[in-house]
Design a protein around this ligand. Structure first.
Ligand code: S3P
Length: 187
């Protein structure tokens, strides 16, 4: 794990991690609004900067290239910005450098969802997720649990089963405020 940086907790970016389609973007936008912070979705930022959709980047430049620009953007955001809410693409956190920079500079929040709840979302998201294409349900399930092991390295977690985005965002905000108060109380 990377060295713990000395950024005050209240100024740290809040990074949302979790499997594809758990609601990182929707919930992240709500959290940002509630905390009066800017929101950055890493995938949207990559699409904007490269003028290409994520599926097109995968198809035309390959996954390795995507992982490189994804990693570079996250390292840049984590080391050079503060007070943001940042949602990562579901595969980003698998890269060790990404995990290290997030854990050392930010507060990492895992949006957890059970496999039973998640698999109902699969038909809604499969078309623009190159990583899910041509996989059987069993293979997707395997990927879900493999990645869950990696997501288990986090600072805080919220189980979003049966929670609407507004409620999930409220839980995250409460948990963050509690962390701030306990570790860096206002005089
Ligand atoms: C990916 C997840 C996607 C996107 C890309 C790869 C992954 O983001 O970054 O398609 O490997 O899990 P979401 O988690 O926002 O779907």
């Amino acid at each position: 794990m990377g060295a713990y940086s000395n950024i005050p907790l209240r100024e740290r970016n809040i990074v949302l991690i979790g499997f594809m389609g758990v609601g990182k973007t929707t919930i992240g936008q709500l959290v940002a609004k509630k905390l009066y912070r800017d929101f950055i979705d890493v995938d949207q930022e990559i699409e904007k900067r490269h003028h290409m959709s994520i599926p097109d980047i995968f198809e035309q430049m390959g996954e390795n290239y995507f992982r490189k620009i994804e990693r570079e953007l996250i390292v840049d955001l984590c080391t050079n910005t503060r007070l943001k809410i940042i949602s990562l693409g579901g595969g980003a956190y698998l890269q060790e450098e990404v995990r290290n920079v997030c854990l050392s500079h930010c507060i990492v929040f895992f949006l957890d969802l059970s496999w039973e709840c998640w698999k109902e979302r699969l038909p809604l998201i499969v078309d623009n997720r190159p990583v899910l294409k041509n996989k059987t349900l069993e293979e997707v399930e395997q990927l879900f649990f493999q990645r869950r092991n990696v997501y288990s390295i986090h600072n805080s977690r919220v189980l979003t089963n049966n929670l609407d985005p507004e409620t999930a965002a409220n839980e995250i905000v409460e948990s963050i405020k509690w962390t701030w108060e306990v570790y860096e109380p206002n005089e």
